[in-house]
Design a protein. Structure first.
Lengths: 335, 364
C-alpha cells in the first residue's frame, strides 16, 4: 500500500513535471520593471503583446524578435509580452493586460475561436485591440485593425513566377504542408487552379509531407524510383524543399539555376535564401513575419484619433528569384 | 518407428508455419507478389552517379534497405524492452530528436553554422550515445524500480523530449556543411550501397554475438515470462528491465546519427515523427508477443524491413502520405487479431482437423 501511494505520488510529480516541460514557460512579466517606470512617465504608450511561443518555428522567432525590437522605450512604447501556444493561457494573459490598463492589446491568437468576451471587456475598458499574423472569428468591431499575410497571394506570386519561366511542359512534384493549415490552403490553391487551367501543367504527384523534410525526401525518392519525369518541385516550405533536394542530390539529378529541376520553397529562411544565392534553388516565397512596423503605423494613426484606412492590412510579401537575389536580400528578408 | 516418421513428415511443413519468423516472411512474400503483379518495375535497380559524382544504386529496393535500416536498429532495442518489460517505449522518436540534437550541438559548438567541425564526429556520436542512454536509463528507472507501466513512463519523455531537443541547441538550426557528416545517412564515396544498411548490419552482428555468447537473451526472456520465478532463481528482474531500456537508448543514438546525417540538420518537432509506432509494429510483425517473454530478434529485424517495404509500396502507389498510418493500422489489427488466444485456438483446432483428415486419407 505504501509503495502504491509512493508511486502514485511520484507519477503525479512527474506528470506535473512533464506538463511543465511540454508547455513552454510563459514569461509574462519580462518587462514588468519597465512597465512601472513607464506608468510614472506617462508619455510612453502602454502595449500588451500576446504572441505564440517564439520556439514554435523560425517564423515565430523572427516575428518575436521584430516585435521586441520595435516596441521599446526608445520608440515610445512600454511593452509587456506574454507567450503561449494555448488559447486559454493567452486569454488569461489578455485579461491580465486589461487589468493593467494597457493602451493597446496586440494579439496573435493561438486559436481563432473564443475571443469575443475578452475583447468585449477590452473595448469596455477603452483598450484598442490590434490583431497580427493571425485573424480570429470575432466581430470586426471588436478590433481596430488586423495585420495578416495573404497566403493565397503568396501562392499566386509563386505560380506566376513559375509561369514566367516559360517551360514547354511543367511536370510538378507538389509537396504540401499540414493539410488544412492556412499556409497549405493558400499555397496549394493557386497551383491547383493553374494546373487545371493550363494543358501543359501536370502534377506528377501531390502529397503532404506535413512540413517534414524527411517525408519530402521519401516522396521525391519514390517519384525518382518510379522513373516518372519531372522538372519542378513546388514545396510549400523551405524544410520540405531541402528534403526534396537531398533526394535529388542522392540520385545525381541537377537542380536550381541551369539544372534540370526547378526548386521552389517558401518562408525565406536565411539558409534557404543562401541556397538561392548559391544557385541551388530557383525561388523562395516570403511569408512576412515583420508586422511590427505596420502595427506601429496603425498605433500612430490611432493616437491621432484617426481610424486606419483599412481594417485588414495585408502585408507586402515578396518572391525571390535566384537570378536576381542579392546578399542584401538575404540579410534583410532572411528569417 | 511409425510415430517417428509421422513426426518427421508433420514437423517439416507445419514447423515452418509455427516458426515465428514465418509471419514477417509471409508478409514480405505477400507484399513482393503484390508489387510484382502490379508493376514489376518495382524491383528494378539502376546504377548511377550522385551529385558528388560517386556511384550509387537506386530503386525501390535500395530505398527499402536505406530507410528500413534505421527502423531495424530501433527494432533491436524495442524487442529487448518488449520482452523484458512487457510494454513498449513510445518515446524513441523524441529520444532520437534529443540524441540528434546533442550530436549536432557537440559538432557545432557555439556556432550553429560551423565551417569546420568543432569535434571529431566519433566524439559527438559517443556523447550522443551517453545522453541517449541516460534518457533510456530514466525510462528504465521509472519502469523497473518505480514499476510504472512502460507506456505511461515513456509518455513523459514522449511529451517533453522534443522541447528538450530544441533547448539543447537554443532552438537554433544547426547546419553541417562538411560532406563527410552526410556519409552516415547517405553513401560513402565509392560504395554504391546506402551506409545505413552497413550500420544496421553492424548492429545486427553485435546483437547476435551478444545474444549468443552472453545470457542477456535468456535472462530477458525469463524476466518477461515470469518475473517472480526469475527472482527466485537468482536473477534481478529490475536490473534486466533497466538494462533493456539503456540498450534501447544506444540503438536510439545510432538511429539518431543516421537521421541527422541524412539532411545534415535537424527539425526538432518533426524528426523521426511517429517512428515509435513503426518500431513497435516491427516487433509485433516479427511475431513477438507484445506482452513480453519469448522473442526472436531476427524476426523483429525482418519485420522492420517489411514495414518499410509496406511504406515504400504505399508511396509508390501515391497513397496520400497522411493516410499511411491508417494502412499500417490495418496491418496491426490483422496481427493483433491473429495473435489473440481465442483466434489461435480456433486456427490450431482447424489445422488439427485438416491434418487428421489428411492422415485418414493417407491411411486409407
Amino acid at each position: 500500500m505504501k509503495k502504491k501511494l509512493l508511486s502514485a505520488a511520484l507519477i503525479l510529480a512527474l506528470a506535473v513535471g512533464a506538463v511543465g516541460c511540454g508547455a513552454q514557460p510563459a514569461p509574462e512579466d519580462s518587462s514588468a520593471d519597465a512597465a512601472e517606470a513607464g506608468a510614472s512617465d506617462g508619455e510612453l504608450i502602454k502595449v500588451g503583446i500576446i504572441n505564440n511561443d517564439p520556439n514554435e518555428s523560425g517564423y515565430r522567432t523572427a516575428n518575436d524578435a521584430d516585435m521586441q525590437a520595435m516596441f521599446t522605450e526608445e520608440n515610445g512604447y512600454d511593452a509587456s509580452f506574454a507567450y503561449s501556444l494555448k488559447n486559454d493561457e493567452q486569454i488569461a494573459a489578455a485579461q491580465k493586460f486589461i487589468q493593467d490598463e494597457v493602451d493597446y492589446l496586440l494579439l496573435s491568437a493561438a486559436d481563432t475561436a473564443g475571443w469575443d468576451s475578452v475583447l468585449q471587456d477590452a473595448q469596455d475598458a477603452g483598450i484598442q485591440v490590434i490583431l497580427f499574423d493571425r485573424t480570429i472569428d470575432a466581430d470586426e468591431s471588436l478590433y481596430a485593425a488586423s495585420i495578416v499575410s495573404d497566403m493565397d497571394a503568396e501562392g499566386q506570386t509563386a505560380v506566376d513566377w513559375l509561369a514566367e519561366q516559360g517551360l514547354d511542359e511543367y511536370n510538378i512534384i507538389h509537396i504540401q504542408g499540414v493539410m488544412g493549415s492556412a499556409a497549405q490552403q493558400g499555397r496549394t490553391g493557386a497551383l491547383n487552379a493553374k494546373v487545371e487551367a493550363e494543358s501543359n501543367w501536370n502534377i506528377v504527384t501531390q502529397q503532404t509531407a506535413e512540413w517534414n523534410a524527411e517525408k519530402a525526401q521519401q516522396i521525391v525518392q519514390s517519384v525518382i524510383d518510379a522513373g516518372t519525369p519531372f522538372n519542378v518541385i513546388y514545396a510549400e516550405n523551405d524544410d520540405m524543399a531541402k528534403g526534396a533536394v537531398a533526394a535529388l542530390d542522392a540520385k545525381g539529378i541537377t537542380h536550381g539555376v541551369d539544372g534540370d529541376v526547378i526548386i521552389m520553397g517558401f518562408d525565406t529562411n536565411k539558409w534557404a535564401l543562401q541556397e538561392l544565392v548559391d544557385g541551388n534553388w530557383n525561388y523562395d516565397g516570403q511569408c512576412n513575419p515583420f508586422q511590427a512596423k505596420y502595427i506601429d503605423e496603425v498605433i500612430k494613426t490611432l493616437e491621432k484619433d484617426e481610424t486606419p484606412e483599412e481594417k485588414v492590412i495585408v502585408m507586402e510579401e515578396k518572391g525571390f528569384d535566384a537570378a536576381t537575389i542579392t546578399q542584401e536580400d538575404v540579410d534583410n528578408y532572411g528569417i | 518407428m511409425e510415430n517417428n516418421s509421422k513426426k518427421g513428415r508433420r514437423g517439416l511443413l507445419p514447423g515452418i508455419f509455427r516458426n515465428q519468423i514465418f509471419i514477417p516472411i509471409a508478409a514480405l512474400v505477400v507484399l513482393a507478389l503484390f508489387n510484382f503483379a502490379a508493376d514489376p518495375s518495382f524491383f528494378r535497380i539502376s546504377f548511377g552517379l550522385n551529385s558528388a559524382g560517386n556511384p550509387v544504386l537506386s530503386g525501390y529496393l535500395i530505398t527499402i534497405l536505406d530507410y528500413g535500416s534505421e527502423l531495424a536498429i530501433l527494432a533491436i532495442g524495442m524487442t529487448l524492452v518488449t520482452a523484458a518489460s512487457g510494454g513498449q517505449d513510445i518515446s524513441v522518436g523524441a529520444a532520437i530528436a534529443i540524441a540528434g540534437s546533442v550530436i549536432l550541438r557537440v559538432l557545432c559548438g557555439h556556432n550553429s553554422r560551423p565551417e569546420v567541425l568543432q569535434t571529431p564526429i566519433i566524439v559527438a556520436f559517443l556523447v550522443g550515445c551517453v545522453v541517449a542512454m541516460l534518457f533510456g536509463a530514466f525510462n528504465g528507472v521509472l519502469v523497473a524500480y518505480f514499476r510504472i507501466q512502460p507506456m505511461v513512463a515513456t509518455l513523459i519523455l514522449y511529451t517533453a523530449g522534443r522541447s528538450i531537443a530544441a533547448w539543447i541547441n537554443n532552438n537554433e538550426l544547426p547546419i553541417i556543411s562538411q560532406p563527410s557528416f552526410g556519409y552516415f545517412g547517405g553513401f560513402i564515396p565509392g560504395i554504391p550501397i546506402p551506409t545505413p544498411f552497413f550500420i544496421a548490419v553492424g548492429c545486427m552482428i553485435v546483437t547476435f554475438i551478444v545474444l549468443k555468447f552472453t545470457t542477456l537473451g535468456l535472462y530477458t526472456q525469463s524476466v518477461g515470462i515470469n518475473e517472480s520465478s526469475s527472482r527466485l532463481n537468482g536473477l534481478n528482474p529490475a536490473f534486466i528491465k533497466f538494462l533493456s531500456f539503456v540498450l534501447l537508448g544506444l540503438c536510439v543514438a545510432v538511429a539518431g546519427l543516421i537521421k541527422v546525417s541524412r539532411l545534415s540538420t535537424i527539425n526538432y518537432s518533426v524528426i523521426a515523427k511517429d517512428i515509435e509506432m513503426d518500431a513497435i509494429l516491427a516487433v509485433a510483425l516479427g511475431g513477438n508477443a507484445l506482452s513480453g517473454g519469448k522473442f526472436n530478434m531476427a524476426s523483429s529485424i525482418l519485420g522492420a524491413y517489411v514495414i518499410q517495404f509496406l511504406t515504400t509500396t504505399l508511396y509508390k502507389f501515391n497513397v496520400q502520405s497522411d493516410a499511411l498510418p491508417a494502412y499500417k493500422a490495418v496491418v496491426v489489427i490483422i496481427l493483433v487479431v491473429m495473435s489473440a488466444p481465442t483466434v489461435r485456438e480456433k486456427l490450431s483446432s482447424l489445422g488439427k482437423k485438416i491434418r487428421n483428415h489428411e492422415a485418414k486419407e493417407v491411411s486409407m
